[in-house]
Design a protein around this ligand. Structure first.
Ligand code: FAD
Length: 349
């Protein structure tokens, strides 16, 4: 068995580290940012660490292409893993609840979806199409299904603790390139493979960011609710539980590097969500705003990069980055693929 370094301590690096550790390898995580209480993550200096700023919930994306089929399979794998962890370790930060989808102008992928297909083919447990009387004004298609969401920093901290108690080591360090790691000195010895879970990769020209502004409110919400508006904008809630409040979102703005939240956007997000799901206001009839959040989804033209790169001297880098807006929901599918690549024929171990 070998010494593997995972570069990155976001949800992808942490899940991959645990998965590779389970194969019996010695694993070290090297990262600039590690999970910490969400109250103390710095909104400006840690904006490029995406995992604290994610929702994060699991949503149905009806697959219509081979890459969407693959992602759907990864989301199902993650669903099963989340359910197993949640029942074994309720403190891990995972909650199972209903996911509600509202669509104003559904594409065929939605309008042609039958309950039979969703339940049997897509394995969406608890799936039900919503009759028109259950839809908010302006919505023409809706459904609900069983899903999960996490409080991101509670969940990522749990993954890190689990990794450490199973013998994993960590090194807080910024590197310029994954190859630099082969030249660092580790107690565990020389490094055979680096898993590049850096979110954005290093100089990959297909990478870009998708800015997301959301608002964290103290109001409780019993379901994750997502509305796709006819103008292409999104309205959603993601309950965080574990005293984490509820995320009300959110924008999706490719290549917008503005790190400051806009109060005008906050007002729009809250107003649109109230129109969609007025129950959120509770008995007090108002939102209790905790903070505005800006995050940068690490998005990649053509989809995530998940492949092995062989270097001279039997060294390898396994790239696992560019998860965009789906890092949490695909995390255990990605981790499985990382483990498969590690055990693959080009392996030196
Ligand atoms: C507003 C918003 C809402 C979202 N909602 C959801 C959702 O509902 N569901 C969902 O699944 N996803 C959601 N996402 C997306 C999700 O948060 C990301 O896909 C995920 O967090 C990416 O994780 P990652 O581990 O790839 O990257 P990151 O979390 O960015 O982690 C990267 C790691 O690499 C390290 N690193 C990077 N460069 C270096 C370097 N040079 N040297 C050392 N270390 C380095 C960092 O320090 C960090 O530890 C949302 C994102 C946003 C912004």
């Amino acid at each position: 068995m070998s010494h593997i370094v995972v570069l990155g301590a976001g949800v992808i690096g942490l899940s991959s580290a645990l998965r590779v550790q389970a194969e019996g390898h010695t694993v070290t995580i090297v990262a600039r940012d590690f999970p910490t209480g969400s109250e103390t993550v710095d909104a400006q200096s840690q904006i490029n660490y995406t995992s604290p700023w994610g929702g994060a919930h699991n949503r149905l994306v009806p697959p219509t292409t081979p890459s969407e089929e693959r992602e759907h399979a990864m989301s199902l794998r993650t669903f099963d893993h989340m359910r197993a962890v949640q029942s074994r370790q309720p403190e891990a930060g995972i909650t199972f609840m209903k996911g509600i989808e509202y669509v104003e102008a559904p594409s065929e992928a939605y309008s042609a979806l039958t309950e039979d297909k969703a339940l049997k083919q897509l394995r969406m447990e608890g799936f039900r199409l919503l009759p028109s009387e259950e839809l908010p004004q302006g919505v023409t298609w809706g459904c609900e299904y069983d899903t999960w969401c996490v409080n991101p920093m509670v969940y990522c901290s749990y993954l890190l603790r689990r990794f450490a108690i199973l013998g994993g080591k960590v090194l807080k360090r910024e590197v310029r390139d994954p190859r630099e790691i082969f030249h660092l000195n580790f107690e565990a010895g020389p490094v055979d493979t680096v898993i590049n879970a850096s979110g954005n990769g290093f100089g990959d020209e297909n990478m870009f960011i998708t800015r997301g502004q959301t608002c964290l409110v103290a109001n409780a919400c019993p379901a994750t609710v997502t509305r796709q508006n006819a103008d292409g904008s999104w309205t959603f809630s993601v309950p965080r539980n574990f005293d984490g409040g509820t995320i009300i979102g959110g924008t999706k703005e490719p290549n917008n590097w503005d790190s400051k939240p806009s109060l005008e956007v906050r007002e729009t997000l809250l107003r649109k969500f109230t129109a969609t799901y007025p129950q959120i206001l509770g008995s007090e009839g108002k939102f209790t705003v905790m903070k505005d959040i800006v995050g940068r989804r690490p998005t990649r033209k053509g989809g995530m990069r998940l492949e092995a790169e062989n270097l001279d001297g039997n060294k390898r880098i396994i790239h696992a980055y560019g998860l965009g807006g789906r890092g949490y929901e695909l995390s255990w599918g990605v981790a499985d693929e990382v483990a498969r690549l590690l055990a693959g024929p080009s392996s030196s171990i």
